[in-house]
Structures are given as structure tokens and as C-alpha cells.
Ligand binder design. Structure first.
Ligand code: FAD
Length: 461
């Protein structure tokens, strides 16, 4: 394993405690989970049982039944797998950092995965703060980016072109299969006396969560590591060869991996390793593989760079460049031909059948094709009174309906529509120098009517 995935945040002179604790919150999987591997190795080295912990809060920002359902499917999968590995998997009903601090009291080592969004970082800081008064070692391990965030770059990057070489020059060193690791001691018999309810059946527990239940689970995507591997294998066999046609929303050549990447059900490192294996046996895939790696590694890791180094990544003020604010300011008073409220947007009731189809895909299935995401957000800019309102509407709908919402890519994708990681274009009304998109582009580039029919068929209209 490349050592700079592991950050030793606190070390203790003596090893005390009854077990090794692995706090699994971001990387919700077994395969290619470098934090879990580190914890298993520590368990074997110190001959201490390993406990894996996950905390479920009903107050995760912007999460609703659709997101929880997908996550619980994954947790249920994990319970079965951990049982067969003889590892005690403790799911507690409490805010993740609070449950972790409680379990740390009797642990010798804490190994936690790394998260990059604001709340994920706050939780880990609080855990580290509590650890200062305990006799415990703390490691944080990065397993959800191919190149560890600060190894890729130590500053906010301006655009894909400025981070590409930094990432691509390191990819061979980091996209490698980790060594196998299996615990030598069973921890299944460990019993805890904790002040929190232990969740033994995630799908049953789902019904008792105090969450927004108005957004129904997606029938298009099932959560979990096994399902993520199924979707990925299907992509490698059937869709990757035509990935260069991924920008056609009427076709099905994208990977559909974003919900699984978001919940850590699959590792991007595994995806790269297996994609490169496929390329070795089929050199004709080169163009498709290059495009896929560009999206999965360069663009996705640029998104993480943005939210990691820019403290304003999730607010209108501060998420984009000065030239973009200047041009938006200049055109904020421009006459808009159509104005819609957030409720009209959510009802898929604009004058534009293509936009409505994209919104239906989002509302009913929890996903939207990449190209249509750009068109969707650009039109919100065009059909709202000002850019700040447009941003607030776009980010809230994005995070409410998408299974992959609330991700680094959510904040970066929406910010891109407001100029982030993009350049200035020819000035025009409403948009100023922001990139503009219109329905003629859709008609010229692909069969947009076939996309509308595809969505109607998918949602049974
Ligand atoms: C307005 C807008 C909102 C977006 N909201 C989200 C979001 O909430 N969550 C999310 O994961 N992505 C978001 N994206 C980025 C992108 O559209 C999705 O990641 C992609 O559509 C997911 O489909 P896929 O997995 O089949 O992608 P594929 O084409 O198969 O790509 C493989 C992986 O590469 C990454 N990727 C693809 N395109 C991009 C991109 N433009 N930027 C960064 N990474 C990319 C994703 O992790 C994706 O799963 C948004 C883009 C825009 C323009």
C-alpha cells in the first residue's frame, strides 16, 4: 500500500485497550478499503480483535428517504460480509462522531476513513479532539481518491488543465491492488454496553428514522457493494467500448457508478485497476478508457480538490471566480423570457419538454444523464430572477433528488455552471460571459426526442 494514504494523526507511547476500532463512515465497503486493511493488519500485529463501527444519524444535512434507503441496503450487505469475516460490525443510532468517541474509550487504535465535505471533516476533527485526552493511536486513511488529496496538489487548482499532469503522472503508482488482509482473531463475541441503540436490521430500522420521507427510494438503483460490482462489471463488458458516445443521453454508455462512488460502495482505485486490466486484453478500448479515466480521476479528483481547499465551496459567494461574479452582476437585471419557482421546476412543468424530461429523470429515478445535468442547471440560470437564486435552487434540487447528491461533484458540477473550472465565453444577455446552452445544441448533437421517449418509458408515462 502507498504509505501516504495513511496519515498518523496521533500516536500513543503505550498500547492499551481491548480492541482495534475501525470507524467506517465514507468507504462503506470491504474491497479496496485501505482503512479496513490497515485496521486488520493492526489487529493481526497486536493480536487484538477488530471492531468496525458505523454511526447513523437522522440529521444528515439534506438527506431523505431515497438516500437512506440506498445506504441501508449497503449496510445490510456489509453486515452479512462482516459476519462471514468474523468481524464485529457495530451500527449505532447516534451521530457518527459521538458513537466513535464512545467506542474509542476502550480501543487501542482508531483507524478512520477520510471524508472531504464540511460535515465529514467536522466529525473527524471532533473525534481527533476527543482522542487527545485518551491513550489511543489515531490513523486516517484515504481510500476514496486514487491520488491522496494533498499528494495530488497542495492548493486549490484553477481548472482540469492545471491538475491533470499532477494526477496522471502519479496514477500508475497509486492505482494498484492492495494486498489481501484477513483477521486472525474473531471479534463476533464482543459485547458492548453503550448508551446508544444498536441497529441490527438496517432495513427495519429505516422505518423508524425521523427523516423526510417524501422522496421515495429509487427503483432504478439498488445500493450496496455487491450491486456496485454488478453495475461496474456490466459497464466493463457492455458500455465501456462505446464510452466515447457517453454524451448521448438517449443511449446508455455511461457507467452509472456515481451513486456507488458517493456512498463508497466501490473504490475508484479498484475501478481504475480493473479498467486498465480490460485495456491490456483489449487495446482497441484505448480511446474509451482515456475518456473514462479523465472523468473518473481527473474531473472527480478536481472536484475534491475544490471542496477541500475552498472553504466557500457550498455557498454562492465564494464558489466561483471574480470574472464570473462581475459578469453575473452586470446581467442580473437583464430581462428573462421565462421565470419559474422551485415548485414549478420540481413539477417538471416548464415550457421546455427536454428540460422537463431531464427533471423527470431526476425526480423519479434519482439520476440524470451527465449532458442533461449541464443543460438542466444552465436553464435554471436562464429562468430565475438572478444568479444567486438560480444557484440556491440548483444546489437544493441536486442534493434533494440525486442519489449521488451532497457529493464533492454536486458542489463542483453546479459551480461549473457558474464559471468554476470553465472560461469566459462571448457575452450575451442574462448569462453574460458564462457558457450558454440551448435546445438547438441538444438537437444538433444527438436525438433528444429519443431521450424524452426513453425517460417516459422508464417512468411509465
Ligand atoms: C449541474 C451538475 C450537477 C452535477 N451533480 C452531481 C452530483 O450531485 N453528484 C455527482 O456524482 N456528479 C454530479 N455531476 C457530475 C456528473 O454529471 C456525474 O458525476 C455523472 O453524470 C455521473 O454519471 P456516471 O457515473 O454514469 O458518469 P460517467 O460518465 O460514467 O463517469 C464516471 C465517473 O466519473 C465522475 N465524473 C463524471 N463526470 C464528471 C464531472 N463532470 N465532474 C466530476 N466528476 C465526473 C463521476 O464520479 C462518475 O461516476 C454534476 C454535473 C453537473 C454539470
Amino acid at each position: 500500500m502507498m504509505d501516504n494514504r495513511i496519515h498518523q494523526l496521533k500516536s500513543s507511547a503505550s498500547i492499551k485497550g481491548d480492541y482495534i476500532l475501525c470507524w467506517m463512515q465514507q468507504s462503506q465497503r470491504i474491497a479496496y478499503n485501505h482503512a479496513l486493511i490497515r485496521a486488520i493488519n493492526l489487529s493481526n500485529d497486536h493480536q487484538l480483535p477488530l471492531v468496525v463501527y458505523f454511526g447513523v444519524t437522522d440529521h444528515y444535512p439534506e438527506a431523505n428517504l431515497r438516500h437512506y434507503h440506498f445506504m441501508m441496503e449497503g449496510l445490510q450487505d456489509l453486515q452479512n460480509k462482516f459476519n462471514s469475516l468474523k468481524i464485529r460490525f457495530v451500527i449505532l443510532k447516534t451521530s457518527p462522531e459521538i458513537g466513535c468517541i464512545e467506542l474509542m474509550k476502550h480501543a487501542s487504535f482508531l483507524v478512520m476513513d477520510k471524508g472531504y465535505t464540511r460535515i465529514q471533516r467536522q466529525w473527524r476533527q471532533e473525534v481527533l479532539h476527543a482522542a487527545q485526552n485518551m491513550n489511543i493511536n489515531v490513523d486516517e486513511v484515504e481510500s476514496d481518491l486514487v491520488i491522496p488529496i494533498e499528494t495530488a496538489s497542495n492548493k486549490e487548482e484553477y481548472a482540469a488543465r492545471t491538475i491533470r499532469t499532477k494526477i496522471m503522472s502519479k496514477i500508475r503508482a497509486y492505482a494498484i491492488e492492495p494486498d489481501d488482509a484477513a483477521p486472525q482473531i474473531s471479534s463476533l463475541d464482543l459485547v458492548f454496553d453503550l448508551p446508544f441503540e444498536e441497529i441490527t436490521d438496517p432495513m427495519v430500522y429505516l422505518k423508524s428514522l425521523d427523516i423526510d420521507t417524501s422522496i421515495k427510494p429509487s427503483t432504478r438503483f439498488r445500493g450496496g457493494e455487491a450491486e456496485a460490482h454488478k453495475v461496474f462489471s456490466g459497464f466493463l463488458e457492455d458500455r465501456l467500448p462505446n464510452y466515447t458516445l457517453r454524451n448521448h443521453p438517449e443511449l446508455d454508455y455511461c457507467s452509472y457508478l456515481s451513486p456507488y462512488l458517493h456512498f463508497g460502495h466501490i473504490s475508484p482505485i479498484e475501478i481504475v485497476v480493473r479498467t486498465m486490466d480490460a485495456l491490456r486484453s483489449k487495446p482497441e478500448l484505448e480511446e474509451s478508457v482515456d475518456s473514462f479515466i479523465e472523468e473518473l480521476v481527473v474531473r472527480r479528483e478536481l472536484s475534491h480538490n475544490f471542496i477541500y481547499f475552498n472553504p466557500n465551496y457550498d455557498s454562492f459567494k465564494g464558489m466561483t471566480y471574480q470574472w464570473a461574479y462581475d459578469t453575473m452582476e452586470l446581467h442580473n437585471e437583464d430581462q428573462r423570457d421565462y421565470l419559474y419557482s422551485i415548485e414549478e421546476f420540481e413539477s417538471c412543468a416548464t415550457h421546455d419538454p427536454y428540460w422537463n424530461a431531464a427533471m423527470k429523470e431526476m425526480v423519479h429515478t434519482g439520476f440524470m444523464h451527465t449532458y442533461m445535468r449541464m443543460y438542466w442547471c444552465k436553464k435554471i440560470i436562464e429562468w430565475t430572477p438572478d444568479c444567486e437564486t438560480a444557484y440556491e435552487i440548483a444546489i437544493s434540487l441536486n442534493n434533494k433528488y440525486f442519489l449521488d447528491g451532497r457529493d464533492a461533484n454536486s458542489f463542483t458540477g453546479v459551480a461549473w455552471c457558474f464559471g468554476k473550472h470553465d472560461r469566459a465565453w462571448t457575452e450575451r444577455p442574462v448569462f453574460g460571459k458564462l457558457r450558454y446552452m440551448n435546445e438547438n445544441g441538444l438537437k444538433r448533437k444527438f436525438d433528444i426526442d429519443a431521450y424524452v421517449k426513453k425517460i417516459d418509458l422508464m417512468i411509465g408515462e
